[in-house]
Design a protein around this ligand. Structure first.
Ligand SMILES: [Zn+2]
Length: 206
């Protein structure tokens, strides 16, 4: 059965430009955050064709649709504390790639991430957390391997947030499925950091 693609498709480049333009509107206070029209809902009921898949943090201060000034049906979003990868997350990404064919994948971390902070405390201060939180933090721990613990706390935190995004990107990129998907040059996977105070999304270089 063919997957329905009711809206126009975008290339990965175009998708990334749309995210950047949306974040600019958001920053400029010119967001067009939609009051969704009945016709749009009716159209979307036929199927979805989001132009980007975003793995972001559950943090209430980082809602991707608002940050990118995107409407219904535009973004396929996974939110989990610390934007960590795990088996069910990987499955969701695979669904987005193989069935929704979003051309762009973004792992978006953010400044002041509590999950990253907790993982840092685990690693450098022997902090202890509840069992399920420990499981979550174990997904972040490998990202922190090369950090310099003597950095000032704020810098250490910044470095940890970025390392955690890069770690998730690398895990996707180096998985057999990710390798295969990205080998077809139309697909892009990028990391990004949301700056919590300014509202700006900084896309990371590969
Ligand atoms: Zn967070």
């Amino acid at each position: 059965m063919a997957d329905p693609h009711p809206s126009p498709r975008y290339t990965a480049e175009q998708a990334l430009e749309r995210l950047k333009a949306g974040n600019e509107r958001f920053l400029a206070g010119k967001a067009k955050f939609p009051t969704v029209q009945k016709e749009v809902l009716a159209d979307l009921a036929k199927g979805q064709a989001p132009y980007a898949t975003i793995l972001g943090c559950s943090d209430s201060r980082v809602p991707p649709e608002l940050v990118f000034d995107a409407g219904f049906g535009e973004l396929f979003i996974i939110r989990v504390a610390g934007n960590v990868l795990g088996p069910t997350i990987a499955g969701t990404l695979q669904y987005a790639g193989n069935h929704l064919h979003t051309p762009l994948f973004v792992v978006m971390g953010h400044e002041g991430c509590g999950a990253v902070q907790a993982a840092l405390a685990n690693k450098f201060e022997d902090a202890e957390h509840d069992r399920h939180i420990e499981i979550l933090l174990a997904n972040i721990e490998p990202a922190l391997a090369n950090l310099d613990p003597t950095l000032p706390p704020e810098q250490l935190m910044q470095a940890a947030v970025e390392a955690n995004v890069r770690w998730a990107v690398r895990q996707v990129r180096e998985s057999p499925e990710g390798r295969l998907a990205l080998a077809d040059g139309d697909l892009r996977l990028v990391g990004a950091i949301y700056e919590i105070e300014s509202g700006r999304v900084r896309f990371l270089d590969d």
